[in-house]
Design a protein around this ligand. Structure first.
Ligand code: NCD
Ligand code: ZN
Length: 356
């Protein structure tokens, strides 16, 4: 009999569902595995106000209803909304977001750090009112933690952000709840471990399973390109250590970020790995690789809910140690003039873990 593991239904605390016709693909994939998903606001234009967030959630729910998912999955899926901080966000915007009851967190992208971040914050020192309002309403701040100065090496951008920016934010706003999103270095793991329990981190499947050799040795592999970029193997090992340690500061956030296949296989390829459909087999593979499959449920299904002060889900999902051939692509933007494909992480590879 193949080994199985039954998990409380997981949540994805960092996902890019995109908008419009993309939702037919992304929402169906996310809702197969996850109940609550924290929807990133980097649309074009971004989700900047509570009313933008409410309208975006309605579009997501319409795509959910139009999907072929079983009724039980449709009922369980619960997108949680975030606002995108800009130089023009006001404390009143934060108050309105808190009052809406639908906005669960606020996302900080340093301007220019990643995909669709041109409207992000240019000077974090100007955000004092915002951080005070977040503290007051107990709304978590989700951070893309990289400095953006052109002279800073891309492999050092996360570490420099922690040292130069985040440590100061935490010193000035000790009550602020913060998630350092998609951590990629041992420096970030150590940093989060040293902070109070108001500071946590998400970890993606690609940063647990791969390192920069996968991206760069034997040819450039654009489907492994995301931001923050994959680092050295020693960092991958530390991320695996902390993710599988049972420490509730570290929990699941896929950062699943679809781009059309042609936009990644390009002379100027986009940053982002699409993993939503196979995220649970990927995480199971990572945890099993270090003999820690017993620690998977805390990471996938308990610690994120605990951080956000929410109950754990009641339904379950079962994974089985049987080979899963990851599809080469999925249809994307179907029914539009841009109809194309999206290539998942690990496309064409066989994973040892599958859905039961
Ligand atoms: C994300 C995207 O494509 O929206 N890309 C990525 O490489 N992770 C943006 C982000 O989370 O940085
Ligand atoms: Zn992201």
């Amino acid at each position: 009999m193949a080994q199985t593991i039954t998990l409380l239904q997981p949540d994805d605390w960092h996902i890019h569902l995109r908008d419009g016709a993309a939702l037919a693909t992304t929402v169906a994939h996310a809702a197969q595995s996850f109940n609550r998903v924290m929807c990133m606001p980097n649309l074009v234009p971004p989700v900047k106000t509570a009313s933008d967030a409410i309208a975006y959630r309605e579009r997501i729910m319409a795509a959910l209803q139009a999907s072929d998912l079983p009724q039980a999955r449709k009922e369980a899926f619960d997108p949680r909304m975030t606002l995108y901080l800009t130089d023009h966000t006001t404390a009143d915007d934060i108050a309105a977001a808190a009052r809406s009851g639908l906005v669960q967190a606020v996302k900080l992208y340093p301007a220019g750090a990643t995909t669709n971040s041109a409207d992000g914050v240019t000077d974090i020192n100007q955000c004092v009112d915002i951080f005070e309002a977040l503290e007051k309403y107990n709304l978590p701040l989700l951070i893309h933690g990289e400095v953006t100065a052109s002279h800073v090496d891309i492999f050092d951008r996360e570490k420099r952000f922690l040292e130069e920016v985040l440590s100061q934010i935490i010193a000035k706003f000790p009550e602020l709840k913060i998630v350092v999103e998609h951590i990629t270095t041992s420096d970030a793991a150590d940093f989060v471990l040293e902070q109070s329990n108001r500071v946590a981190a998400t970890i993606t499947p690609q940063h647990l399973l791969y390192n920069r050799n996968h991206l760069l040795v034997g040819g450039i592999k654009p489907h492994f390109y995301c931001l923050p970029i994959l680092k050295r193997e020693q960092h991958q090992k530390v991320l695996l250590d902390v993710a599988t340690s049972g420490n509730p500061k570290f929990f699941l956030g896929t950062d699943s970020a679809p781009h059309a296949t042609h936009a990644k296989e390009n002379a100027c390829g986009c940053a982002g790995c699409y993993s939503s459909s196979i995220a649970l087999p990927l995480y199971a593979t990572a945890f099993d690789s270090v003999g820690k499959i017993d620690k998977l449920e805390g990471f996938t299904s308990r610690f994120g809910a605990q951080f956000y002060g929410l109950p754990v889900n009641e339904s379950t999902i079962t994974l089985v140690k049987q080979p899963l051939l990851v599809p080469s692509h999925y249809s994307y933007l179907a029914g539009t003039a841009e109809q194309t494909t999206v290539t998942p992480l690990a496309a064409g590879e066989t994973l040892p873990w599958s859905f039961a």
